[in-house]
Design a binder for this molecule. Structure first.
Ligand code: ADP
Ligand code: MG
Length: 251
């Protein structure tokens, strides 16, 4: 944690505009994320947080501006986008594991198909990562025999198996029963401590305070606050930021 931003940003966004038809949902977003940095993205529903993450890995096509990942500018030719996607791990609110495959098969599939790893190498990596997320004994279980918290940890392991340069999390604990949230946040904090570069959309303010190097608050299609957690969460300067945080504290 507490990385001092240095060198080249791993993700660099300039003037990002995203429209759906006539509807502008991102209106000039600039954001740099440096190697090892943990950026927590917060803001009201509809602010554009998910859209921003989806633009970074090309799931949504930007309408204006530029995105660079590790020095490569995002473009939408298949080979270029696949190269950038292979460097980005993404974890969603819904775990999206394949139900007809075991946990290990879920984690080995893309390693083999995309990275061309051998079955043995992919399995070895899967087991190593399952151990890291506390699920070593679940390699041959099927997803529906696992709790939501366990399934989300498998989804994290699956993303890590691709050796991504950056991990994006979109409300990874929002679909979980409250008692299962902690185990997922724990894994994410360990990842952060190990130096993974992460952009995390979450409403878990304790996680933001403890794990974030920087909190970015989005509202009305733009970034309205950014800085260290204490600054943004305790002393927001924008009206939109103040309103959002007031509402949070009243929940
Ligand atoms: P957040 O994640 O901050 O809640 P989103 O990025 O999901 O916000 O949504 C931002 C805005 O973009 C919303 O107004 C939403 O309705 C709109 N939006 C998101 N995805 C689509 C889509 N595929 N088509 C049309 N509008 C969309
Ligand atoms: Mg969202």
């Amino acid at each position: 944690m507490s990385t001092t931003p240095q060198g080249q940003p791993l993700v660099s966004m300039r003037g990002i505009v995203k429209r759906f038809g006539e509807n502008v949902v991102l209106d000039g977003v600039d954001l740099d994320v440096f190697p090892g940095e943990v950026v927590v993205l917060i803001g009201p529903s509809g602010a554009g947080k998910s859209t921003l993450l989806r633009c970074i890995n090309g799931l949504e096509r930007i309408s204006g501006g530029t995105i660079e990942v590790d020095g490569d500018q995002l473009s939408y030719q298949e080979s270029a986008i696949n190269k950038i996607r292979s460097r980005i791990g993404m974890v969603f609110q819904s775990f999206n594991l394949f139900p007809h495959m075991t946990v290990a098969q879920n984690i080995t599939m893309a390693q083999r198909d995309v990275l061309g790893r051998s079955a043995d190498d992919a399995r070895r990596r899967a087991v190593e990562l399952l151990d890291r997320v506390g699920l070593a004994e679940k390699a041959d279980a099927y997803p529906d025999s696992l709790s939501g918290g366990q399934q989300q940890r498998v989804a994290i392991a699956r993303a890590l198996a691709m050796d991504p340069a950056v991990m994006l999390f979109d409300e990874p604990t929002s679909a979980l029963d409250p008692e299962l949230v902690g185990e997922v946040l724990h894994v994410m904090r360990e990842l952060a401590d190990e130096g993974m570069t992460m952009i995390v959309v979450t409403h878990e303010m304790r996680f933001a305070r403890r794990a974030a190097d920087r909190v970015v608050l989005m509202a009305d299609k733009q970034i309205v606050e950014e800085g260290p957690p204490e600054q943004v969460l305790d002393h927001p300067t924008s009206e939109r930021g103040q309103a959002f945080l007031r509402q949070l504290s009243e929940e």
